[in-house]
Design a protein around this ligand. Sequence first.
Ligand SMILES: [Zn+2]
Length: 67
Amino acid sequence: MPLYEFQCTECERSFEELVRSAAVVAEVKCPKCGSVHVRRKVSTFASKMSGGGSAVAPASSCAPGGG
Ligand SMILES: [Zn+2]
C-alpha cells in the first residue's frame, strides 16, 4: 500500500498515513490535534532535488484528449 506523508497546517505535525485510495486522503486527520487541515507532502520515492539555481527542464504535458 502506498504510504503518503502528510503535514498538518494547524500544528505543523508531520505524519505518515497509508492511503489505499484517493478518497482516503480527504479523510486524513492530524493524529495530534485532529485537524483535517493537512496537506500531502512529496512522496518519498520522488526524486528529491537539493540545491538551488538549477534549471529544471519543463515536463512535456501529455493530456488525454483534445481541447
Ligand atoms: Zn495538527
